[in-house]
Design a protein around this ligand. Structure first.
Ligand code: BES
Ligand code: ZN
Ligand code: ZN
Length: 499
């Protein structure tokens, strides 16, 4: 898609008109230069009540002699927000068919620059399909050719709108990269492949470095959690470290991602139903990679570090057993009671490693627990933090971009539950089946280092985001048709650049 800003009155191709609910006739500020027949056609549809302007609704008018039109609903006029504009943009994009051609002009009525840019953002985000594995021509009505979209605005608005659209376009690239990684089948997406993609990706930017800690190095460095999870697979585990603007002095955000390229459960094997979906168990690592791309595309000048913990969780003769006790990077021991609670094991090393990069804060992203999906469905990410203010900041960054992250409790009782193993310092499974998302978060907290690894010091500010329900299957997410959602690339880009 090519998105440009236009200050003339021409209508190129199909006209797109976003309208609020109960609009009775074409708004005056959209009329200029429109042929009479087109105006009449629009007015008829509006006055007959065939199009009511409901949020996310669209209607396509294609029979007219002077051109084609798509009307897009924004919802009730008294509280239309940028989120409604973004959703309307996505809904319009989803409704485009071959008959609408490749050229489009969007004309807004009574919208500010932020609203127009959000509409464009919605179109760009929805402009995604994953069809690398479809060899035969798709006969669907959907049109995947490159589209030229013009956003009509005044000369005064053009500069700001152009730069906002450019910024959103860069962020959308990050979201789409995350989605590509999450959608890739697990026979082609395994730890080393993720590392190769990261390494190749970094070559296009002077300010990004990618380092890979391979299996042998992980063993040598004592990354016992990563090794325990990945050793049973022929695709060996690794840790991939992204460093952006690494010469910038001072503390920086460090993002850590769970990257299980396939989660069978290991020896604690999962049931067969829907096991195919466990390819998206690397969604946390995809969030980190996608956020790095969004930051690089938008020219972020600050230092940011990403750490992704990549492994495939397989049952095998040499796989980790329930009952095994391991020691990870932190030096703490972990009693493994269930090999399907593997995300927390790889993250225990990733979080400890994060302490080496002088973090201002650490955020981890993980498709960590089914319990989080039970609690919040597909509508919100679970959000835990050892710092209430920081948790609020992330919650607000999510709200600002319409990606909900809901506060969850980090309670001493849960920490106690995860640290009362009779044989080791910690256990990877709670005592009962309740509160599983909270016990997982409480486990992770044991591996967040103190400032400078000082044993009496203060723990580094940290947040945990459980995206098990939001990285996949979020049917109410208008930005996504199906598959991986790429959630939280936009939240974290917003947090780092504007939060
Ligand atoms: N990858 C799963 C969590 C998951 C479940 C992600 C559903 C997406 C959708 C994770 O590794 C897991 O299996 N967790 C177990 C933990 C349990 C054994 C304590 C779970 O949630 O059942
Ligand atoms: Zn698991
Ligand atoms: Zn998992």
């Amino acid at each position: 898609m090519e998105m440009t800003v236009s200050v003339n009155d021409n209508i190129n191709g199909t006209l797109i008109l976003p309208l609020v609910e109960d609009t009775e006739a074409i708004p005056e500020d959209c009329e200029r230069g429109l042929p009479q027949s087109m105006k009449a056609q629009i007015n008829r549809v509006l006055s007959d009540g065939d199009f009511k302007g409901k949020a996310k609704s669209t209607i396509s008018l294609v029979g007219g002699e002077d051109g084609k039109i798509i009307l897009a609903g924004l919802g009730k006029s008294d509280n239309v927000s940028v989120h409604d504009y973004r959703k309307a943009g996505a809904a319009v994009f989803a409704s485009i068919k071959k008959i609408h051609g490749n050229d489009f002009t969007v004309r807004f009525s009574n919208a500010g620059v932020a609203e127009m840019a959000a509409f464009a953002e919605g179109m760009m985000l929805r402009d995604y399909s994953y069809n690398h594995y479809k060899m035969k021509d798709d006969e669907s009505e959907d049109d995947e050719s490159i589209k030229q979209i013009r956003l009509a605005c005044s000369e005064k608005e053009a500069g700001e709108l152009t730069s906002m659209v450019e910024n959103y376009s860069g962020v959308a690239k990050g979201v789409h990269l995350s989605r590509d990684l999450g959608n890739c089948p697990p026979n082609d997406m395994y730890p080393e492949e993720f590392a190769d993609r990261a390494y190749e990706w970094a070559k296009q930017y002077d300010n990004v470095d990618v380092t890979v800690i391979n299996y042998e190095q992980a063993l040598k460095h004592g990354m016992g959690g990563l090794v325990a999870v990945g050793k049973g697979s022929s695709r060996k585990p690794c840790m991939v470290i992204f460093e952006m603007n690494k010469d910038v002095k001072g503390k920086c955000p460090v993002l850590v991602g769970k990257g299980i390229t396939f989660d069978t459960g290991g020896i604690s094997l999962k049931p067969g139903a829907n096991m195919d979906q466990m390819k998206y168990d690397m969604g946390g690592s995809a969030t980190v990679f996608g956020t790095m791309e969004a930051l690089a595309q938008t020219g972020h000048q600050g230092k940011v570090v990403g750490i992704t913990c990549m492994a495939e969780n397989m049952p095998a003769a040499n796989a980790t057993r329930p009952g095994d006790v391991i020691k990870g990077l932190s030096g703490k021991t972990i009693e493994i009671l269930n090999t399907d609670a593997e995300g927390r094991l790889v993250l225990s090393d990733g979080l400890w490693k994060a302490g080496e990069y002088d973090p201002e804060y650490i955020i981890d992203f993980a498709t960590l627990t089914g319990a989080c999906v039970v609690a919040l469905g597909h509508e919100a990410t679970g959000l835990w933090s050892n710092n209430d203010e920081f948790r609020t900041r992330i919650h607000e960054a999510g709200n600002a971009v319409d990606e909900l992250a809901w506060p969850m409790p980090l309670l001493p009782a849960f920490e106690k539950e995860m640290t009362d193993s009779i044989i080791a310092d910690t256990r990877n499974l709670g005592a009962g089946r309740y509160g599983g998302a909270n016990t997982a978060a409480a486990f992770l907290k044991q591996f967040v280092p103190n400032q400078d690894y000082d044993k009496d010091g203060e723990q580094i500010t940290w947040a945990h985001m459980d995206i098990a329900g939001t990285y996949w299957g979020a049917k109410s997410n208008t930005m996504v048709k199906d598959g991986a959602t790429g959630i939280h690339v936009r939240t974290i880009h917003h947090l780092i650049t504007q939060g």
